[in-house]
Design a protein around this ligand. Structure first.
Ligand SMILES: *Cc1c(COP(=O)(O)O)cnc(C)c1O
Length: 428
């Protein structure tokens, strides 16, 4: 055990340090299982890099059209191998996860087609993409209709309603793995695989896309191994390993990846253009680190669940629940507690630790939102971060942590802040 004086330097008091230590003793077996999963994932990443014959030439900077960008082409082979797909598109020209999802949807769907979400409402930013929220250039504006099948009360798939919703217009399904900022469990890759098998059994031509954000490397398989035609995510989350400064990926069936490439650059040019400038070393090295970085974030999420569940708060997932993504929700029950939690996370950051987060009127939200992040990459949520809408039930969403010791410090600081403001009592 490390000298607690090191923690005292960060304003942590003996009761908080002692409480955290006791929680951790109980978590050791779970942490061992996470390390084992990370070990297997690390081997898969190394294997994919070896198979693609990654070498120093891959790290060169390119410019202009980017013809013969060897590093870019090999990285896409690495992703395809890792995700078990024909092909992949992994590029800095894909600006973020929302862009990658929007790209895949716009590339595949045609006027008159229908898109169905069989897992309830999609992530907030996709509402404008689909046209659930009115927006120019939404799928709705291009004549693509949309239906949404709610989950059952126990959060399972409503198979009967899904079967009934499918018509000859149904071209594509969008399936979100992570709960995002909703109150529902995240789905395992295997649950998603079962859902896809059910859909394909009804109509094998329906294209199943999985929004894989926050799920990469958490389990021993990805949705792409279990029938997903397109698997999509952000590089400033898990697969970027904290080093990717931007980007998104789409892994999937060859013909569909070609359509995505035509949409991203232009018909005819597709994957042949798109210089990587100088981001490739970060994309490769970030992917290499991603399994252990994701493991650190998972440990942080479980530690937070454990600490706050034992203090009597509602947490989702619970401390003993299986994990399918890196997000941890903690319902703190009051605005003061949510604000204190976020201030504690901020105070433990390597960057911007002197900043005090305040609730603000964020565009697109109908209430104030508070965010804590002291990140090397702006907005990166594989880095330790927390955010919360200031409204009932006063839940904070916590995620990330490039290293486990940093995640641990952040969570201890959140608790210390709550204790200092007399919003929570800790008994050793
Ligand atoms: C983060 C996220 C997105 C969007 O990714 P951005 O990179 O923020 O645009 C989409 N879906 C889910 C489930 C996410 O968690």
């Amino acid at each position: 055990m490390i000298d607690s004086q090191l923690y005292e330097r960060f304003g942590l008091t003996a009761p908080v340090i002692g409480f955290a230590q006791k929680e951790l003793e109980e978590l050791r077996p779970r942490f061992d299982a996470i390390d084992e999963n990370a070990e297997a994932a690390q081997l898969r990443v190394i294997d994919a890099m070896q198979q693609a014959r990654v070498d120093a030439a891959c790290f060169a900077s390119t410019n202009g059209y980017g013809y013969d960008d060897v590093g870019r082409d090999k990285l896409e082979k690495v992703y395809a191998h890792l995700f078990g797909t024909d092909d992949a598109l992994v590029r800095p020209q894909i600006t973020c996860g929302t862009h990658a999802l929007s790209l895949a949807l716009h590339a595949v769907l045609r006027p008159g087609d229908e898109l169905i979400s069989p897992v309830g409402q999609p992530y907030e930013t996709l509402k404008s993409v689909i046209g659930i929220k009115e927006a120019r250039n939404s799928l709705a504006e291009y004549g693509v209709s949309y239906k949404q099948i709610e989950l059952k009360d126990d959060f399972s798939f409503d198979y009967d309603a899904i079967r009934e919703s499918i018509t000859e217009k149904t071209r594509m399904m969008t399936i979100q793995r992570s709960k995002g900022y909703q109150v529902r469990p995240s789905f395992s890759a295997r649950q998603i695989g079962e859902l896809i098998a059910f859909i394909k059994d009804i109509d094998p031509s329906i294209i199943c896309m999985v929004d894989n954000c926050y799920g990469e490397f958490v389990e021993d398989v990805e949705p792409s191994h279990l029938g997903a035609d397109l698997t999509v995510g952000s590089l400033i989350k898990n697969p970027g390993g904290g080093l990717a400064p931007l980007g998104g990926y789409i892994a999937g069936r060859g013909d569909l990846i070609e359509q995505c490439a035509y949409m991203l650059t232009s018909p005819g040019l597709g994957k042949e253009v798109g210089a990587s400038l100088s981001v490739l070393p970060a994309f490769y090295q970030g992917l290499f680190l991603a399994p252990t970085v994701t493991a650190s974030a998972l440990k942080g999420a479980i530690f937070a669940a454990s600490v706050y569940e034992d203090l009597g708060f509602d947490v989702l997932p619970g401390k003993y629940d299986e994990r399918h993504d890196i997000i941890q929700a903690v319902t703190l029950g009051s605005a003061e507690r949510v604000i204190a939690f976020c201030r504690g996370i901020q105070a433990g950051a390597p960057v911007d630790a002197y900043v005090t987060p305040e609730p603000w009127d964020m565009p697109g939200y109908d209430c104030q939102v508070i965010m804590a992040a002291g990140a090397f990459v702006s907005g990166s949520s594989i880095e330790l971060s927390a955010d919360a809408p200031i409204r009932e039930p006063y839940a904070v969403y916590f995620q990330g942590g490039l290293t486990w010791p940093h995640a641990k410090l952040g969570i201890m600081k959140s608790l210390q802040q709550l204790v200092d403001e007399r919003l929570v009592e800790v008994h050793e």
